[in-house]
Design a protein around this ligand. Structure first.
Ligand code: AMP
Length: 412
């Protein structure tokens, strides 16, 4: 079914056409009619499924002409997501006179306050800064008709739920509320019961599985060789653009420096960088100025970075959901992509948890010609090989390192 048959207003259908979207994605097909008829929607879909348009198009269609007070409020967990959603809304609404503004922390108040004074229809915000504006009297929510709580599980992780509640309490009761969340833990369930009215749930695909078009591979290696292996991987794979995920900000900085030394064009994205640095990193990466983006998990959730050919997990994520979110950067909108994860022996339990979570075993790969110091790491799962627990115990027994197994013993 084309966009023009879904009941959207003509300027919005034109906006979508101008963006080059031809057919609605499954979540759009299901959410658009529901939101248009005024039903509260809970959307649980993989990232990259087109959820921004799924809520954006019907809401904008309903707004009609510009009015001075905000009628739509979209809460996002991070500034990057907020900025991204604002841009998408501006694009969708390009053939209307509706105004969109974004407010988030880490930057001055001036431009945000001016935009609010001039009058906006759609306000995209992170919770903390929005509360500041409300307290300063620069923003009122008493005309809000649509609230969208996007990436609700992320807002929960970041400790924003009390702020979200305070904000929603300031919106009129007679409103439509939509909530999008990859997972629905009990706190979100409570929020749903409190904030929404007889919502309908839309679940697209298996909630846990990453895009089918992504090829997964694990690269076991000794910890001391992680960075060599990563450099080798980048030399060998034919990538257009790659995101390298690290567990810590410090780790991200040192990987970025190493990659720069090896002549890769690199940008870094993590929460210790200034807003300006983060924007420049994202923009440069999107434009192709940087071929590698080194990021911590904050960048993984929902960021719309199109055409990432490869995701490299320099560190195995400690939460299986983060694996799915990281991998969500590649293989978007039916394109294929590769997800390469570097693992050390200590990661075994996390890897098993990820495999259980996504419901499939990830292939272990060996790079031919790479000078592996230890090969016992490839014995996992073979008859007679040690279990992760046994390995750990042995590892403790072998002084000076945690690589063990036959090859280490032979060396000694
Ligand atoms: P989202 O899940 O909203 O972050 O969207 C993921 C990506 O898919 C974005 O780059 C969108 O511009 C793109 N997208 C969303 N809907 C469609 C569609 N119907 N056709 C083609 N691309 C789309």
């Amino acid at each position: 079914m084309p966009f023009s048959k879904l009941g959207l207003s003509q300027p919005i259908v034109d906006g979508v056409k101008a963006m080059g979207y031809v057919d609605p994605t499954p979540i759009q097909l299901r959410a658009i009619p529901l939101i248009l008829e005024g039903t509260d929607v809970i959307g649980s879909a993989q990232t990259g499924t087109g959820k921004t348009a799924a809520f954006g198009l019907p809401i904008l269609s309903k707004l009609g002409e510009h009015q001075p007070a905000p009628r739509v409020l979209i809460l996002e967990p991070t500034r990057e997501l907020a900025a991204q959603v604002e841009t998408a809304f501006r694009d969708f609404a390009r053939f209307t006179n509706l105004r969109v503004a974004v407010v988030y922390g880490g930057v001055g108040y001036g431009r945000q306050t001016d935009a609010l004074k001039e009058g906006v229809d759609v306000l995209v915000a992170t919770p903390g800064r929005l509360l500041d504006h409300i307290e300063q009297g620069t923003c009122r929510l008493n005309q809000i008709q649509y609230v969208v709580l996007d990436e609700a599980d992320r807002m929960l992780d970041m400790g924003f739920l009390p702020d979200v509640r305070r904000i929603v309490e300031k919106c009129p009761r007679a409103r439509h509320t939509s909530l999008f969340s990859a997972t629905v833990p009990v706190q979100i369930e409570t929020l749903i019961q409190w904030a929404m009215r007889t919502p309908q749930t839309i679940e697209i695909g298996a909630r846990r599985s990453p895009a089918e078009t992504v090829k997964h591979a694990l690269y076991p290696v000794a910890e001391s060789q992680k960075s060599d292996l990563m450099l080798e991987l980048l030399n060998r794979v034919n990538y257009d653009s790659v995101i390298v995920f690290c567990r810590t900000k410090h780790g991200a900085d040192s990987i970025a420096n190493l990659l720069k030394k090896h002549n890769h064009a690199v940008a870094v994205l993590h929460s210790n960088r200034t807003q300006r640095e983060r924007e420049q990193a994202l923009e440069g990466f999107r434009e192709g100025k940087y071929e590698v983006l080194v990021a911590t998990d904050i960048a993984a959730r929902g960021l719309d970075i199109a055409d990432v050919s490869h995701v490299v997990n320099y560190d195995v994520p400690q939460h299986p959901e983060d694996y799915v979110h990281r991998i969500g950067r590649t293989g978007r909108a039916q394109a294929t992509g590769d997800a390469l994860t570097i693992m050390i022996a200590e990661d075994a339990t996390h890897v098993f948890a990820i495999e259980r979570y996504i419901g499939k075993k990830i292939l272990r790969e060996k790079i031919e010609g790479f000078d592996y110091k230890y090969t016992a790491i490839f014995d996992e799962g073979k008859p007679g090989a040690l279990s992760p627990h046994e390995r750990k115990v042995k590892a403790v027994r072998v002084r000076g390192g945690y690589y063990f197994g036959p090859s280490v013993r032979r060396r000694r």
